[in-house]
Design a binder for this molecule. Structure first.
Ligand code: ASP
Length: 323
């Protein structure tokens, strides 16, 4: 479909689905107290831990690191950290990044054998002059920083990988309900300072060496302490092509609510990505005032929202009404 036809289709979809009629987070309303949002249902456990860290006097940066560590450490989660789904050759390769209220950021990509890539990313941010380390270099650095080399491929994930390999044969990886679950988290502390984190094993059955959006500052995650933060999940290539999270934050800078900003960038991706109906992409966003937003291409994207002592999973609105 050419881009004009795609645009027209989307305009029609917009009027059918109420796109543009964003949720009711009044622009002027300031939400008090710490707020933590993270992608998917798994975010609930991460949020609980993140909140606990804040309650115990940790910084908002500690909160977004320790929160997502919980999911990285869970061998039963197939899309993050230990137990993460391997690439097409059977290697678990992890991507992660972190960004704080001082605009500092750290990132690791294509990292093997270390189950907490987000913590390695934090060390890159704090202990080097660089932002991003990849592959062997990232592993060497992690070991020097005291991280332990571990086998990340669990028996269960290996069995699932073998089964999937037979099913997909030589097909390129696809994001579907079984293989997307990247955790992205944005938090604001009681003083209004923001930080964010993002960690994943990436698209299941990806090519060896493939890096997705999650460790790329501006794609999988972006935080500007003056404005807000955003994180992405889903088909990373489409997010990278559109500098997704940075664009969500930029729209908030220009006055859009987090909900409007997420919707606009999902629509932009759908307009530009030829096979947009076959992929999932979702964003969460939180602004300085504490307003939140979430939106995805396909139905089924959820996020976890922690505020005022309550932590709950919420469905995001979507462009397509089917999953
Ligand atoms: N965004 C991740 C990637 O493309 C995958 C995901 O969110 O599930 O690597």
């Amino acid at each position: 479909m050419n881009s004009r036809r795609r645009f027209l289709t989307l305009s029609a979809l917009g009027s059918l689905t109420g796109i543009g009629s964003h949720q009711t987070f009044g622009q002027s309303k300031h939400v008090k107290g710490p707020i933590i949002i993270s992608t998917w249902k798994t975010g609930l456990r991460a949020n609980d831990r993140a909140y606990e860290v804040l309650q115990n006097g940790g910084s908002v940066l500690d909160c977004v690191e320790k929160g997502v560590n919980v999911i990285e450490n869970d061998p039963n989660n197939r899309t993050v950290g230990i137990g993460g789904f391997p690439d097409v050759e059977g290697n678990v390769t992890l991507d992660a990044c972190i960004m704080d209220q001082r605009q500092r950021c750290g990132s690791v990509a294509f990292l093997q054998h270390i189950k907490n890539p987000v913590s390695v990313a934090r060390k890159v941010m704090e202990n080097t002059k660089h932002v991003m380390l990849v592959g062997e270099g990232a592993l060497k650095f992690a070991l020097e920083q005291g991280f332990k080399k571990e086998m990340l491929l669990t028996e269960e994930t290996l069995a699932a990988w073998k089964k999937r390999k037979v099913e997909v044969g030589k097909k390129l990886p696809e994001i579907n309900i079984e293989n997307h679950d990247t955790i992205g988290m944005i938090a604001r502390d009681a003083d209004g300072n923001l930080s964010g984190s993002c960690t994943t094993s990436g698209a299941g059955m990806k090519l060896h060496g493939r890096v997705g959006d999650s460790p790329i500052i501006g794609a999988g995650l972006y935080v500007d302490n003056d404005i807000g933060g955003a994180a992405a999940t889903g088909w990373g290539e489409a997010v990278i092509e559109n500098a997704g999270s940075a664009m969500v934050v930029e729209l908030m800078r220009h006055g859009r609510s987090p909900q409007e900003a997420c919707e606009e960038i999902v629509k932009r991706i759908a307009n530009k990505f030829e096979d947009w109906r076959s992929i999932q992409v979702g964003f969460i966003a939180l602004n300085k005032a504490g307003q939140i937003g979430a939106f995805s291409i396909r139905k089924g994207f959820t996020y976890a929202h922690h505020h005022g002592g309550a932590n709950s999973e919420k469905p995001a609105d979507s462009l397509l009404k089917e999953g």
